[in-house]
Design a protein around this ligand. Structure first.
Ligand code: ATP
Ligand code: MG
Length: 567
């Protein structure tokens, strides 16, 4: 897989055709289907991540485009790993992303009774049997890709005995793991999924919805296709790792009296550089304390992205750009950042915030004087209006905007240099104040009163325009800067700890921000810094902001791949 290789012809375009949409359009045109019904089937064993967003946008998207419907179905067949918290979070995330399942909220557990009846049907037709072998024995006899498996000694059990044992499994007579129900297909099949797959296992566990009603639970394979059939799903879209399960999916539909015949289609899952899209790993990140929570802004979860300030429109735009295809690839994180900037650039108002403050005293500005200067809220949207900035003798500028000994091409503040303060005046640095350790603590500057508004009447030019805030009026705030969670573009999912980026979060505790930000709650651009949003950790005493994304792409420097629109 090549990093940055966008999957599918839709890459970089907004055109919406892909092989799935072609199949659906053909089915409708040929009247093989009269209506499109899809489903998004999360297992509630963790929070949704951006990979799921691809599946959600695809399933809900095609249903919308073809006038059909999309179901939200919880694939809740493994009660040991599933929790109500995850069910609630998944619903909130799908809604936030902009989709609505209407009346079509379902659970695989709604079908447990029907699935049980179908399991009995298979037993009665000689196509399923109760196996008493241990898990290890079954594994040892499953064979390999090149070697056939061996039949279980319990394979020829009589129908009556199988029925009796299966009912007693349900009644809770046997311990966890003592027996399973298996389909009787073919232990020599070239497809390992067809070597008498497990249909039911004994699991005495509390289920979030069915409580302790069941002592046995169906396998994913036995539940999934039949749930699709019960709900009248027409196109069951899943990721490529289920391609080898399709023959089994079809075997169940062919051997059971199901009410409809869905079809399964597989597409490539989303992989992203510098992160891991696997609920198992994400769970370990949370449980192991590597991040603070599921909604930690460094997480690729939808909850984390939302908290970081990523608008849902950006995720939908991103998914559209990467397209849908049948070949796996790893998408560059820069592509996501591109979609985030695309949306925020047009929606986020501009404000000024100084993240690493350096005090500037304007010596020739009268001590008692203050002024109100007008600032534009959005350069491309007049309707966003203007606001007043407080200006006085003492201001803060960004520490990085000063160099005592300027490098070549450094045009910002340095001894003797003149710069423009955005919306204010030209200032010239006259003197540097240092502390005992030799660190610069203050700049002494003078301003030119004739340059009010940022232009010199004599036409002289400056090469830099700096953002600033008034020391008397600014508000202190904390700003959190997030970097990649992993230091490698392709972290090792099975042993990720060593690949974590120790600098994934930087906390700037002494920022000085424009006072207007106290009442402004929407996503915002801090001029020259990036896009930010207010974090839920904010209190009336202390505002906290998250950097959603910087203004420029930094990933492409690492991977060499540039997102669309960048030269
Ligand atoms: P994970 O591997 O992260 O645990 P999963 O496949 O087990 O994911 P499910 O809850 O079973 O998670 O996924 C629900 C749906 O989302 C499935 O149809 C699955 O194929 C799809 N999906 C999961 N991960 C991705 C991904 N990275 N890209 C696209 N679709 C995905
Ligand atoms: Mg899964």
């Amino acid at each position: 897989m090549a990093i940055g290789e966008a999957s599918g012809e839709a890459a970089g375009e907004t055109a919406g055709r892909d092989f799935i949409r072609d199949i659906i359009a053909d089915d409708l045109a040929a009247k093989r289907r009269s209506k499109v019904v899809t489903r998004f089937p999360p297992e509630p064993n963790g929070y949704l991540h951006i990979g799921h967003a691809k599946s959600i946008c695809l399933n809900f998207g095609v249903a919308e485009e073809f006038g059909g419907q999309c179901h939200l179905r919880f694939d809740d067949t493994n009660p040991t790993k599933e929790e109500q918290e995850y069910i609630d979070a998944i619903k909130a995330d799908v809604r936030w992303l902009g989709f609505d399942w209407g009346a079509h909220l379902h659970h695989a557990s709604d079908y447990f009774e029907q699935l049980f009846a179908w399991a009995e049907h298979l037993i009665q037709s000689g196509k399923a049997y109760v196996d008493d072998q241990s898990q290890d024995e079954m594994r040892a006899k499953r064979g390999t890709l090149t070697e056939a498996g061996q039949n279980s000694p319990f394979r020829e059990r009589k129908v009556e005995e199988n029925l009796d044992l299966f009912r007693r499994m349900r009644a809770g007579e046997f311990d966890n793991g003592a027996r399973v129900l298996r389909a009787k297909i073919d232990m020599a099949s070239g497809n390992i999924n067809l070597r008498d797959p497990v249909l039911y296992r004994i699991l005495k566990a509390h289920h979030p919805r069915t409580g302790t009603a069941w002592s046995i639970y169906p396998s994913y394979d036995f539940a999934h296709g039949q749930s699709d059939a019960i709900e009248g799903i027409t196109h069951s879209l899943c990721t490529l790792e289920f391609e080898d399960h399709r023959p089994l999916y079809e075997w169940f539909l062919a051997n059971l009296p199901v009410p409809s015949k869905p079809r399964q289609y597989e597409f490539a899952r989303l992989n992203l550089t510098y992160t891991v899209l696997s609920k198992r790993v994400l769970t370990e990140l949370v449980r192991g304390g590597h991040v603070k929570s599921w909604d930690d802004p460094r997480m690729p979860t939808l909850a984390g992205l939302r908290r970081r300030g990523v608008p849902p429109e950006s995720l939908r735009d991103f998914v559209k750009r990467i397209g849908v295809s049948k070949s796996n690839s790893i998408v560059d994180m820069g592509m996501l950042d591109f979609s985030i900037r695309e949306v925020l650039n047009t929606t986020a108002q501009r404000r000024m915030a100084v993240l690493r403050p350096l005090k500037v005293v304007i010596e020739n500005y009268p001590e008692s004087k203050t002024e109100e200067l007008e600032a534009v809220n959005h350069p491309e949207n007049e309707a966003a209006g203007t606001r007043k900035l407080h200006f006085g003798r003492e201001i803060y500028v960004e520490r990085d905007d000063f160099m005592e000994v300027p490098e070549k091409k450094f045009y910002r503040l340095s001894p003797g240099s003149e710069v423009r303060l955005r919306y204010a005046y030209f200032i010239t640095c006259r003197e540097i104040v240092k502390n005992a350790a030799g660190e610069v603590t203050e700049l002494r500057c003078i301003y030119d009163p004739a340059t009010k508004g940022g232009n010199a009447p004599d036409g002289r030019k400056v090469k830099a325009t700096l953002h600033w805030v008034s020391a008397a009026d600014a508000v202190k705030a904390e700003v959190r800067i997030f970097n990649q969670l992993f230091s490698k573009p392709d972290p090792d999912a099975s042993n990720f700890a060593g690949d974590l980026n120790p600098q994934s979060m930087e906390v700037l505790a002494d920022c000085q921000i424009e006072r207007s930000l106290v009442d402004y709650k929407a996503p915002v651009q801090f001029e020259r810094q990036g896009y930010f949003c207010r974090d839920i950790d904010s209190t009336p005493q202390k505002l906290v902001f998250n950097r959603t994304v910087g203004l420029r792409d930094t990933y492409s420097k690492v991977s060499g791949v540039k997102p669309p629109g960048q030269k």
